[in-house]
Design a protein around this ligand. Sequence first.
Ligand code: SAM
Length: 225
Amino acid sequence: MQETNIIKSMFDRIVERYDLLNRVLSFGQDVYWRRKMAQFAFSHSKMLILDLATGTGDSAKPLLIKGARVMGVDISFRMLRIAKKKIKGAFIPLSASAYQLPFRNKFFDAVTCAFGIRNMHDTEQVLKEIHRVIKVGGKIIILEFSLPKGFVRAPYLFYLKKIVPFVSSFLSARYAYEYLGSSIESFYPPEEFITLLKNCGFNKIVSKPLSLGCVYLYSGEKVDD
Ligand SMILES: C[S@@+](CC[C@H](N)C(=O)[O-])C[C@H]1O[C@@H](n2cnc3c(N)ncnc32)[C@H](O)[C@@H]1O
């Protein structure tokens, strides 16, 4: 609970320049990553998707463009306020915690979560909660940062730990972007995250590295209760 409050106030604090820094620090690739997530998630028009940790709504946008109806859940009111202003169409923003989703069992056709799960200290509890609200046959799609392997790893770590905090100190709260680097380092490597998804009840897991493995897209299916 205390961890969640700390995360919430951190996102409340960086909201003004959140979108701008995403674009700048990812060299515009964040738009492509979320579009890829929407491609994985979308299967038929009018499907109902929960976009967990929706933030300012950038992860909900490509889902709406494809024709889905989206509920965007987040703990930060200030992020949701921007999402509400920015996102038009079949989008309902809602303030709630990923640990206790205010929905009945088997409510959604799919749950997406872009760059959110890394911020949730009890990943297993959140994945089980996601599993509960997905219909049988429905999908989970997670987009999350990762540490690339091989020759890219060292320069990427330098970028993450030195350049990102430096650049963000001019535009936002430096500590939040220092946290970004450390949270990426301490998050599950892809093989472990796949095992966790399986342990939490998901099958047919697919994982796809994007941008040389700096980001991973995971999808899984709920085949039974
Ligand atoms: C890095 S942002 C990602 C926002 C958006 N999905 C995107 O692609 O830009 C992470 C979001 O997760 C939210 N968050 C963190 N912990 C949460 C929790 N326990 N329940 C719901 N949202 C949470 C934060 O408030 C923040 O808006």
